[in-house]
Design a protein around this ligand. Sequence first.
Ligand code: NAP
Ligand code: ZN
Length: 346
Amino acid sequence: MALARGYAATDASKPLEPFTFERREPREDDVVISIKYSGICHSDIHQARNEWGNSAFPMVPGHEIAGIVTAVGSKVSKFKVGDRVGVGCFVDSCTTCASRDVDLEQYMPGLVPTYNGVEADGETPTQGGYSDHIVVKEGYVLSIPENLPFEATAPLLCAGITLYSPLRNWGAGPGKKVAVVGMGGLGHMGVKLAHAMGADVTVLSQSLSKKEDGLKLGADHYYATSDAETFKTLAGTFDLILCTVSAEIDWNAYLGLLKVDGTLVLLGIPEKPVPVHAFALVPARRSIAGSMIGSIKETQEMLDFCGEHNIVSEIELIRMDQVNEAYERVIKSDVRYRFVIDMATL
Ligand code: NAP
Ligand code: ZN
């Protein structure tokens, strides 16, 4: 066992605080990673505050990890000391079931989340990226392209893949009209990725306050959802709408923005059920769907795509002791567009 330092939530109602815990010694197929940067995802906040009702404490959040390999087990062949690597939302999964074969392991019950989960042994709690190092099986470690600025790659490991996967699955590309609802951590990555794939991109934000940024990042159009005219102007427009909002919104109004055969994909996870009127779906053969992160194979494909297209996150780099203040700012939609913790400040 090796001691690790980090920041943990010890209770749903308390701020995060310094925390020391143990990481396992590397096994033959493990990679030891010195964590350099850790992104703050809104899911970290949902879980640190037990908003999904499934939190175990103490909890070291963080599933947008960028770091350097410091040691490898004897059977590791893909990575060597000094490599720039990433770890995303999960660190183990079923290895035998069919979904692993088709690279959909993120949807399997055997998935081991990077934190707030339990390892395959059924008892050791997993702890995440707000820490100095992590030990991860080789098969769950990603390579980060050398040309990308390191600190801004951390958010690709969750925000990036969460948007990349549905864009690919629903065929975003030239001739397709894609809307991204919410210009936050996930949303701004959706704008960049959909633009790079050649789609016509619209941002649907609560206000026009981030319009200039949205257009700079690759949006072709930008509308405020607080303006009722938006829903009239854009009725029947989109092939695909990716919704990153976790608040209660008027789902039927958003469905009305889809073309015939269009799909609304939920990425944000509201606490309450989503009420949908049959008339919002039936007369235009529309679908409503959900999507969660992506497989390891697809995450590597996304990182390589970002390397080719020079895509990283827009970030605000913060010190570890600013994490609680950063959480408050994320909740107020006051982040441009992802907080990343500089782990050297731990
Ligand atoms: P975020 O940075 O806080 O972005 C969410 C955006 O939603 C905000 O920037 C804001 O955009 C919009 N918004 C906030 N409150 C709203 C309200 N009351 N009404 C309408 N729009 C509102 O969060 P994030 O890190 O991108 O995560 C977003 C959600 O996705 C969270 O629920 C998170 O848990 C979930 N998530 C899901 C997956 C997955 O695999 N499906 C992965 C990661 C995260 P505007 O200011 O532009 O309106
Ligand atoms: Zn996340």
